[in-house]
Design a protein around this ligand. Structure first.
Ligand SMILES: Cc1cc2nc3c(=O)[nH]c(=O)nc-3n(C[C@H](O)[C@H](O)[C@H](O)COP(=O)(O)OP(=O)(O)OC[C@H]3O[C@@H](n4cnc5c(N)ncnc54)[C@H](O)[C@@H]3O)c2cc1C
Length: 374
């Protein structure tokens, strides 16, 4: 599938019509495009500088080449339902895979349920269980704000969740069902209370022919809203090919805090606890156990497929006038209310949570080049 990752890797996105007029464009300056976009179409550039840096975040995406795992199995006389391994799309898909997991495992006759993990996936699973009448206890080593989910960008789009050559048609169908459910569910959360809002994305490139974010004929195309290829007078980006589309954005610190509150207000208990092995999980008092431990599932349940894909983010001071996103070969920029998020690293198998200064420099320089030219 076309993902934020593959887009960054090949540096390709765009369109046939408006790109053709600007053949020969090379160094990214407005004058090379031979046009002056009217003020009404000009977007405010991000002010990229080290002085404006408020923090660096490093997170490990819980990636499985064959996609997320939602599966039911017996654990002695208990029921264990796995729901983990969402790669770079776990905020997006959380409500959808939660529904698949709850459909698989919840038995109203046995309403006591344990949810392992308190990231976006565990919290959505806990809430859907509560909506069906379950009594839920969440167990987790770390709570928000100390989860991977807090670090996410987080654009509503299931990007970098699997490798094309490792998935089955059955998985892709499940992926689409999860995305579709989550797409509707997040729409019901739009607003300040949950920090979910609609924003416009601009995907930039020098060449036409991209299928990003979803190719024609791909079922996921139905979840892409308001997509249009812009002509050169409709934007002030220093690239000839610009495609716009709208997605929801999730302000994760606020969203996760609110989700945690919702679980507690609906009678759920949240217990800070680390599990070292399956025997400890099996000894829990609850009959049905939902495993939403993300990357932690590898060690705890012996999944050898799951691996970290490290992402590093440079967060700049908020700029309220920057209420849009940019995706380009240099990385991505998400204009969030709580900060301007600059990202774009995908480092497979890298476990370190220490920022790499060279990568952060690359992210800052790449984005500075784009926004200086606007
Ligand atoms: C830089 C970056 C950018 C991203 N951008 C996006 C984006 O734009 N859109 C998007 O949808 N997704 C994005 N993601 C991906 C997203 O963050 C993850 O897919 C998602 O957070 C996974 O959620 P989770 O609940 O499964 O895992 P986590 O948030 O990691 O939560 C796991 C929970 O399990 C607990 N746990 C683990 N092991 C144990 C154990 N042994 N005992 C007890 N508790 C345990 C943890 O303490 C934690 O509470 C991004 C990720 C990164 C790193």
């Amino acid at each position: 599938m076309q993902t934020r990752r593959t887009l960054l890797a090949i540096g390709a996105a765009g369109l046939a019509s408006s790109c053709a007029a600007t053949r020969g464009f090379s160094n990214g300056l407005q004058r090379d495009l031979g046009r002056t976009p009217p003020a009404s179409t000009r977007l405010a550039p991000v002010r990229v500088s080290r002085d404006r840096l408020i923090r660096i975040d490093v997170g490990l995406r819980p990636f499985r080449p064959s996609g997320f795992r939602v599966e039911r199995e017996a654990l002695g006389d208990k029921v264990l339902v796995h729901n983990y391994g969402h790669g770079g799309g776990g905020i997006t898909l959380s409500w959808g895979t939660a529904k698949l997991a709850v459909d698989l495992g919840f038995d109203p006759a046995r309403p006591d349920c344990a949810v392992l993990g308190c990231g976006a996936v565990g919290l959505a699973t806990a809430r859907l269980l509560q909506e069906r009448g379950a009594r839920v206890r969440v167990y987790a080593k770390d709570l928000p704000p100390n989860t991977t989910s807090n670090v996410a960008g987080a654009q509503w789009w299931p990007a970098s969740v699997y490798d094309n050559d490792a998935v089955t048609p059955a998985y892709l169908e499940q992926h689409f069902q999860a995305a579709r459910f989550a797409f509707r569910r997040y729409q019901s959360l739009v607003g300040d209370a949950y920090g979910v809002n609609w924003e416009t994305n601009y995907s930039l490139s020098n060449r036409p022919g991209s299928s990003y974010p979803a190719a024609e004929g791909d079922p996921m195309r139905a979840l892409v809203v308001n997509q249009r290829d812009l002509n050169p007078l409709e934007h002030n980006f220093p690239r000839p090919c610009v495609r716009r589309f709208d997605t929801m954005m999730i302000e994760t610190p606020l969203y996760l805090r609110r989700m945690e509150l919702d679980v507690r207000q609906a009678g759920g208990e949240i217990v800070v606890r680390s599990f070292d092995d399956i025997a400890q999980v099996r000894a829990l008092p609850e009959h049905t156990i939902f495993n939403c431990t993300g990357l932690g599932a590898g060690r705890l349940f012996g999944d050898t497929e799951i691996m970290p894909v490290r992402g590093q983010l440079a967060i700049l001071l908020p700029q309220p006038e920057v209420d849009y996103n940019v995706i380009a070969r240099e990385g991505y920029m998400f204009g969030r209310r709580d900060g301007v998020v600059l990202g774009g690293t995908f480092e497979r198998g890298e476990w370190s949570l220490e920022p790499d200064p060279a990568q952060i420099e690359r992210i800052l320089t790449g984005h500075a080049n784009i926004f200086r030219a606007m």
